[in-house]
Design a protein around this ligand. Structure first.
Ligand code: C5P
Length: 306
């Protein structure tokens, strides 16, 4: 029996995020390209007596029912329809991916939790079950079942894998504060009269076909949330400008912020730029994009350790 599973979960950036309209469910219809980056949390799941327990170290994250890993465990247990016995698992999360950054750290951990706990609890689940739970947990979570480069439509939860990009040097930088996703979308609504989204295609009908070979050209990396966030948090605009000055071929906010990223032609320039931004008191990291195989979230390529 699998007693414990450990492994890493990788964060993402959004290579462009277009807001297409407001949906009747209160969400926004999006068109975005998710890209895995080499910034990882490490998670260890252990079968244990008693209720779900989550311990976090490193970057701050809640360890109670606000934590998406905790919610993933609860939802999975409920879906399995097992008697009301304690789910019994303890989860240790070593966090490197900061919260409220638009890097999807909490969502990546939740997606991994679904895979790891399914193993520990010997769950028989279809892909549809898992995707459904993932989408219920948060609009970003389904992407982390796929990883690599992927188009996100709908709330960002309808995922279409794209061909891997060649590894690209990336600098990710964070101000000293985070931004709640709901705030960024509310600010967007205050500033932009986007109107209602086109009704979604009927169930079963095909979404518009997307090119599987997609390139991160600078003119595609537009984030429609960026201007309204920068208006209220100008330091984010300053960080993007510094990334461009430091040689980024493109720079933008990731998701709903507060992290920003720049794409660089080579890793030496990326390291230099990260050092320059860190010198201004911001958190900055030189990293790179990952292929789907490298980010391998799908089955949570964690090792069974016991
Ligand atoms: O799904 P998640 O809990 O991550 O979303 C947090 C909030 O962000 C939502 O309650 C909603 O206000 C906003 N959001 C949105 N449109 C999206 C994704 C998120 O309006 N596509």
């Amino acid at each position: 029996m699998t007693r414990a599973v450990t492994g890493r979960t990788f964060a993402k950036i959004n290579l462009g995020l277009r807001v297409k309209g407001r949906r009747p469910d209160g969400y926004h219809e999006l068109q975005t390209v998710f890209q895995a980056i080499d910034l990882a949390d490490t998670l260890t799941f252990r079968a244990a007596a008693g209720p779900v327990r989550v311990r976090c170290s490193g970057e701050q994250a809640p360890a109670d029912e606000r934590n998406l890993v905790w919610q993933a465990a609860e939802r999975l247990w409920a879906t399995l329809g097992r008697p009301d016995a304690p789910a019994g698992v303890s989860v240790a999360v070593r966090k490197r991916s900061p919260p409220q950054a638009g890097l999807g750290g909490g969502s990546a951990d939740a997606a991994a939790a679904l895979g790891a706990l399914a193993r520990i609890w010997r769950a028989r689940l279809t892909e549809i079950d898992v995707s459904g739970i993932a989408a219920d947990l948060g609009a970003d979570v389904p992407y982390f079942l796929c990883g690599g480069t992927a188009l996100g439509l709908g709330r960002g939860d309808e995922i279409f894998p794209l061909a891997d990009l060649p590894p690209l040097p990336v600098v990710v930088a964070m101000p000293r504060f985070g931004i709640a996703t709901a705030d960024a979308f509310r600010w967007f609504d205050e500033d932009v009269d986007i109107g209602a989204a086109e009704p979604a295609p009927a169930a079963g009908s095909a979404r518009p076909r997307c090119p599987t070979l997609w390139r991160p050209d600078a003119d595609r990396l537009v984030n429609d949330l960026e201007a309204c966030v920068v208006r209220r948090r100008p330091v984010i605009g300053e960080m993007i400008a510094r990334l461009r000055e430091s040689g980024a071929s493109a720079a933008a906010m990731s998701g709903s912020g507060s992290a920003v990223y720049g794409l660089f032609p080579d890793s030496r320039r990326a390291s230099r730029a990260a050092a320059q931004l860190a010198g201004r008191g911001w958190t900055a990291l030189a990293t790179r994009t990952l292929t789907r195989r490298e980010s391998g979230a799908r089955l949570f390529r964690g090792r069974t350790v016991v």
